[in-house]
Design a protein around this ligand. Structure first.
Ligand SMILES: O=c1ccn([C@@H]2O[C@H](COP(=O)(O)O)[C@@H](O)[C@H]2O)c(=O)[nH]1
Length: 255
């Protein structure tokens, strides 16, 4: 799905969530961060208030951007929205896996015709949800079971990976190894890793807030996550750049 662009390719697993109400606040935070050490995420609040210009401004600062709008709609509408995100040149875009197979396949097919193809990721179960939340929406199951179900579907639909909590990553990596083995035996083998993008990252001692399925950065790394989405523990720190560097140092990450 993903095609390379002219943006710098960085090895850091950290994606900083720029959850701000205005472009000015988001850019002020981005200017305190280092695009060689992290990517940034634009979510619903910022995109709704600031629009596509904020993505352009972050690109100008040298950041790769995860556009976290979690599209969930009928297949045609979702696919066109994903296509519009691709035209913005973002690094990653996502849809809700619970939108189902036809929606995810339509989104994947839309990207096939694009010059720039962002990573396309399926959101499984929000990291703010626990078993009781699922029961209230008619899913009488552990989050892990629902995550596994949606991760399988997402991989079958040919997306690049999932959003899940780091707590489910070992399970998903096990699943995707099985699928990769099947793929190697098929006529069109692919060795693409199936990515896990994990919010709900909380360094020891930081506020849990509304998150429920959490892990520390070190636990997430040990579990094998591909990318860690970290918002408030970095953006609300007294020194966000230092908070980001300390997390990377705790992962023994070098650029
Ligand atoms: O399951 C999900 C999907 C997306 N998010 C987003 O990630 C960040 C997390 O921010 P924190 O401040 O570190 O909690 C936020 O933008 C969410 O919208 C998520 O948390 N869980």
């Amino acid at each position: 799905m993903h095609s390379e662009t002219n943006s710098p390719v960085i090895s850091s697993p950290v994606v900083v969530a720029l959850d701000y109400a205005t472009q000015a606040d988001a850019i002020a935070m981005a200017q305190r961060l280092n695009p060689a050490e992290c990517r940034v995420k634009v979510g619903k609040e910022l995109f709704t208030s600031a629009g596509p210009q904020v993505v352009e401004a972050l690109h100008k600062l040298g950041f790769e951007v995860f556009l976290d709008l979690k599209f969930h709609d009928i297949p045609n509408t979702c696919a066109k929205a994903v296509g519009a995100a691709a035209d913005l040149g973002v690094w990653m875009v996502n849809v809700h896996a619970s939108g189902g197979r036809r929606m995810m396949e339509a989104a994947r097919n839309e990207l096939a015709n694009k010059t720039h193809q962002p990573l396309l990721i399926g959101v499984t179960v929000l990291t703010s949800m626990e078993r009781a939340d699922l029961a209230e929406i008619g899913l009488d199951t552990d989050p892990q079971v629902q995550v596994e179900r949606l991760a399988r579907l997402t991989q079958q639909c040919g997306l690049d990976g999932v959003v899940c909590s780091a707590q489910e990553v070992a399970l998903i990596n096990g699943l995707s190894r099985q699928v990769s083995e099947l793929s190697r035996q098929s006529v069109a083998p692919t060795d693409k890793p199936f990515l896990t993008v994990t919010p709900g990252i909380r360094p020891a001692g930081s506020e849990q807030g509304d998150q429920r399925r959490i892990m520390t950065p070190q636990q997430a790394q040990a579990a094998g996550v591909s990318y860690m989405v970290i918002g408030r523990p970095i953006t609300q720190a007294a020194d966000p750049a230092k908070a980001c560097e300390q997390i990377l140092a705790s992962l023994h990450h070098e650029n």
